[in-house]
Write a protein that binds this ligand. Structure first.
Ligand code: SAM
Length: 329
């Protein structure tokens, strides 16, 4: 069991498969991209298989989410999913993706054992999408979404980040779009994780603002009383339900006390928090012949030192040196 000193148990492993991406979302990456990790720095499929196997079979991980960068850019992704699905006890397997290329990959991924996915979609206007992501790829994303649903990867979840002055007015239209297709929409507050370190609190569209914008067009009722457990999204029934919408107020409504996550970066570093200032190297010991017991001990120690909260709202908060794309969102 991966337990920290505050009694939280990490059961949800987020695995970044690459730091590369085919979009350049303004809240994430600069126009020219980043200095990508060199190929040999990335964990190989076999190394990933060993570490994920250890996490699931020895350390109590019950959910594995593949992310990045853009995980669909990782060659051999269906094989990585299939290997994860063969573990016992079989973990839940999910994917966070921008859906470019999903039209081709949805069915093979489903067949390999993918259970669920989250598609990031911030705008339904081709022009605004291109402004926000710096790429004219909205049609590919919408095709990918449709393919995911057709492949039976239900419920399809959609993640949206709103940026002031860019797409902040689109909350109701995104919700309408998702309701019409049976997708579950969740808005995520913009976090200080961009490589450019340009995040400004005053510029962030807050959970309160998002809920106010939605409430102007829909009736939202809190879904269940109080506690949201380890689920980051506060969910609301839309117009009496059964459809729901979620809002993830990572900054203004943090959920660190119930956090059950741990991350493995594409280059084999354990991060016990998205905002952690330090990482723990698993790749070097792995490549130097460490036993499973030794790797498990390192992983235990990495989680044990998890801080009580992400610290974004504390004075002196420093944004992590590594951008979201490398950490794995
Ligand atoms: N490329 C994949 C995708 O687009 O879903 C996976 C990686 S991406 C880093 C994962 C999620 O993080 C996306 O939903 C993206 O919108 C979100 N994200 C990236 N930077 C963010 C930020 N600064 N604040 C909030 N969410 C962010």
């Amino acid at each position: 069991m991966l337990k920290d000193s505050f009694g939280r148990i990490a059961t949800d492993l987020r695995v970044s498969l690459t730091d590369r991406c085919n979009l350049r979302c303004r809240y994430c990456m600069p126009h020219d991209g980043l200095d990508w990790l060199p190929g040999p720095a990335l964990l190989t499929d076999d190394e990933l298989g060993r570490l994920i196997g250890l996490a699931v079979e020895r350390l109590g991980i019950t959910e594995v989410r593949f992310t990045g960068g853009e995980p669909l850019l990782r060659r051999g992704l269906p094989g990585i999913v299939a290997r994860t699905a063969a573990l016992g006890p079989r973990p839940e397997i999910s994917l966070t993706t921008n859906a470019i290329g999903l039209a081709r990959l949805a069915a093979p991924l489903r067949q390999a054992g993918l259970d669920r996915l989250n598609v990031s979609l911030d705008s339904l206007s081709r022009e605004t999408f291109a402004t926000l992501t710096r790429r004219d790829r909205l049609p590919d994303v919408l095709a990918g979404l449709a393919a995911a649903a057709a492949a039976g990867l239900a419920p399809v979840k959609v993640n949206a980040v709103l940026m002031r002055g860019v797409n902040e007015h689109e909350a109701p239209s995104l919700l309408r779009y998702c309701l019409d297709r049976g997708y579950q929409l969740r808005f995520i507050e913009q976090m200080p994780l961009d490589a450019q370190h340009g995040w400004q609190r005053a510029e962030m569209v807050t959970a309160d603002e998002i809920l106010a914008a939605l409430s102007a067009q829909f009736t939202l009722t809190p879904d269940g009383p109080g506690e949201r457990g380890s689920a980051p999204a506060e969910t609301f029934l839309v117009d009496g339900g059964p459809a729901r919408v979620g809002v993830i107020g990572s900054v203004t409504r943090p959920f660190c006390r119930a956090c059950d996550r741990v991350r493995l970066t594409a280059d084999g570093q354990v991060r016990n928090c998205l905002f952690a200032a330090t990482e723990t190297d698993l790749r070097s010991p792995l490549r130097n012949g460490a036993t499973d017991d030794e790797l498990a001990a390192i992983w235990h120690r990495a989680v044990a030192t998890k801080l009580p909260g992400h610290g974004i709202n504390e004075p002196g908060f420093l944004q992590p040196a590594r951008p979201m794309s490398a950490i794995g969102g």
